[in-house]
Design a protein around this ligand. Structure first.
Ligand SMILES: Nc1ncnc2c1ncn2[C@@H]1O[C@H](COP(=O)(O)OP(=O)(O)OP(=O)(O)O)[C@@H](O)[C@H]1O
Length: 329
C-alpha cells in the first residue's frame, strides 16, 4: 500500500503548494489526481517518487519510507517509475534500443519478445529502428510509456501521459496502456486534466484545489454528484441552477449543478434564457445564454438566434440525483 500521511509542501522560493495531504492507495489500484492547472498535481507525483524533500508528513510504500534527495544519492525509487512531462529519452538511439535499455541482455530472445510486446502496446512497431530524435512529440511520448513499462515497476506515476498524442490514437492507447497496467496489477497514479484519462479507467479520483484535497471518490460518484462547480467543470461545461424554477421545489433556494447536455430547450416554461451565441461542436451546438445576469451553457441540436428568449428544462431524475449531492454547491 502507498500511504501518504499529513504531507505539506512549499517550494523554497514559493508559497505553500500542498497542505495536509492524506492518501491510502492499495496495490493495483488506479488513482487519478485532477484539478486546475497549477494546483499541485505534478508536485504531488514528485513527492511520491522522492524527488522533493517534504518538511511535514511522511510517505510509505509498505514499510519503505519514501525520502527526498536530501536522503538519497540518486533521487527516485527503483520499484516506481515516474513518467514526467519531459520524457527523458535517449534521442540518438532507436525506439527498440530505448525500450530495451533496462531489459536483461542475458536472455536475448525474451528481451526481443518483450520489446515487441511493448512496441505493439504503444503502437510503435513500424518505428522500431527509427532514432527517437526523428519522432514527433506524440510518438516520443508513446516510446517513453513503453520504456517505463519495460522496467516492470510496482508503482507507475504518470504525469499527463497522453497529452501529446493525437485524438485518432489516444483512445486505443489509453485502453491498451491502462488495461496492461491493470492486468499486471501495477499501482497507478495519473495526474491529468483530461476526463477521458480518468472516467473510464480510474478506481478513485483525488481532486486538488487551493493546496488541499477537496474530494476523493469513484469517477462515477464525482461525475454524477459533484459537490461544487469546480469539480463538475473538470468533467465538462457545467452550471449552477436554482431548483425553485420547478414548482415542486418552489420553497427552496438551493442550487444544483447541471451539465450543459442535461438541459432540454422548451418553448413554454422553465428557466428563461436569452441566447448570446451558438458554437458548432460536431454532434451538437453549444449555446451560450444569459439567465438573470449569469452566463449559462447548454446543448442544442441546432443554432439559436442571438437575442431570442427560450426556456430550459431539467429532468426530474437529474434534479433528484443532484439533490443528494453534498451541499457546498
Ligand atoms: N520548481 C519550482 N519552484 C517553485 N515553484 C514551483 C516549482 N514547480 C512548480 N511550482 C509552483 O507550484 C505550483 C504547483 O505546480 P505543479 O506543477 O505541481 O501544478 P500542476 O497541477 O501539475 O499544474 P499543470 O496542470 O499546469 O501541470 C504552481 O504554482 C507552480 O508555479
Amino acid at each position: 500500500m502507498l500511504q501518504v500521511d499529513h504531507v505539506s509542501f512549499s517550494y523554497p522560493d514559493g508559497e505553500s503548494v500542498l497542505e495536509n495531504i492524506n492518501l491510502r492507495i492499495a496495490k493495483g489500484e488506479h488513482i487519478s489526481v485532477i484539478g486546475e492547472s497549477g494546483c499541485g498535481k505534478s508536485t504531488l507525483l514528485k513527492i511520491l517518487y522522492g524527488l522533493l524533500d517534504i518538511e511535514v508528513g511522511e510517505v510509505y510504500w509498505d514499510d519503505t519510507q519514501i525520502l527526498g534527495p536530501a536522503y538519497n544519492l540518486v533521487p527516485g525509487q527503483s520499484f516506481m517509475k515516474y513518467l514526467a512531462q519531459d520524457l527523458e529519452l535517449m534521442p540518438f538511439t532507436t525506439v527498440r534500443e530505448n525500450i530495451g535499455e533496462f531489459l536483461s541482455v542475458f536472455e536475448p530472445e525474451q528481451m526481443e519478445e518483450r520489446i515487441q510486446e511493448l512496441m505493439e502496446l504503444v503502437e510503435m512497431t513500424q518505428f522500431a529502428d527509427t532514432k527517437v530524435r526523428y519522432l514527433s512529440g506524440g510518438q516520443q511520448q508513446r516510446v517513453a510509456l513503453a520504456r517505463a513499462l519495460a522496467q516492470e515497476p510496482k508503482v507507475m506515476l504518470l504525469d499527463e501521459p497522453f497529452s501529446h498524442i493525437d485524438n485518432f490514437r489516444k483512445n486505443s492507447l489509453r485502453r491498451n496502456v491502462f488495461g496492461y497496467l491493470k492486468r499486471q496489477k501495477i499501482t497507478v497514479i495519473t495526474a491529468t486534466h483530461d476526463p477521458m484519462d480518468m472516467l473510464p479507467f480510474a478506481d478513485r479520483v483525488v481532486v486538488l484545489k487551493d493546496r488541499f484535497i477537496i474530494a476523493k471518490d469513484t469517477p462515477k460518484n464525482l461525475y454524477e454528484r459533484p459537490q461544487d462547480l469546480y469539480i463538475a467543470s473538470l468533467f465538462g461545461e457545467a452550471n449552477r441552477i436554482p431548483i425553485n424554477i420547478l414548482k415542486s421545489y418552489a420553497d427552496t433556494k438551493r442550487r444544483i449543478i447541471v451539465y450543459a447536455h442535461e438541459f432540454k430547450v422548451s418553448g413554454k416554461s422553465g428557466l428563461e434564457v436569452v441566447v448570446k451565441g451558438s458554437y458548432y461542436m460536431g454532434s451538437y451546438y453549444m449555446i451560450g445564454g444569459i439567465y438573470e445576469g449569469h452566463d449559462i451553457f447548454f446543448h442544442h441540436h441546432q443554432p439559436l438566434e442571438v437575442g431570442k428568449a427560450i426556456f430550459l428544462n431539467i429532468s426530474i431524475e437529474t434534479i433528484n440525483q443532484r439533490m443528494v449531492a453534498p451541499t457546498n454547491v
